[in-house]
Design a protein around this ligand. Sequence first.
Ligand code: GLN
Length: 308
Amino acid sequence: KSVSPDHLQDILNQIHTQITARTDYGEVATYIPELACVDPKQFGLAVALADGRLLSVGDADVPFSIQSISKVFTLALALGQVGNQLWKRVGREPSGHAFNSILQLEHEKGIPRNPFINAGAIVVTDVILASSTPKEALAGLMTFIRTAADDPNIYINEAVARSEKETGHRNFALAHFMRSFGNLAHDPDLTLGTYFHQCALEMSCRQLAMAGRFLINAPGMPHLISPSRIRRINALMMTCGHYDGSGDFAFRVGLPGKSGVGGGILVIVPGKASIAVWSPGLTPLGNSRLGTEAVHLLAQRTEWSVFG
Ligand code: GLN
């Protein structure tokens, strides 16, 4: 269904009024100390339409830590480098567990369930490092994201990367455990150093909505990756993008999405739009609480859904 830009801006304004009236933000992530000091009252929402228009409301120009949303971009890069070989090292099933869980790894011989849980994303980063140094890999990632967003002003926050490294015991455990099964080609310090930096990328809602356009798959749009890959990445976002909350997100919003513990969510309306929302407070599953509410309202009012 198509919505006129004027009507869409009205919808965004209404959602902004509704969401900013609420105080039940949820808790900001505290296990990364640098993220614990973010003001939970902030809220931004941006929609990039397939025709090039960009609409937004609220704190849509404030950069935030994209965290696990970076996993969408590294997945695209890894698939570009090794193609379907990637699936020998990482699965494509929802995990039904927390984003940082180690539980399934022992049974499944160090092969993570999917590329969006931490273990899977660490393997994806390890794959990218097969052909480049960490510096080159991060430069390649930045070039991809800046090209997708058509914006050179996108940077990594070194303080966030350092903060995560200092407290990243869980991720070190995952990496070492996978290395013991032969599913990590590099020293865990090297792979995780790269992983923490990709997670520490900062973007505003407007920049992220723009960057997400490479997943819209509309005719006439520039294609950074092939249409069949776009469909598959969207399928994984739908089934695994919110960890153990993926089913509920699909039920409530009906669109592929990828969340991060910085409180951002990237949501794709295939053929139509790329949406970025940000509210730093999280549900116990680590997904943005009011961000999810906002895209739920947006999907209802626009009638955007992959289910017709
Ligand atoms: N950098 C975070 C971590 O590894 C990413 C997790 C997330 O955003 N869900 O814990």
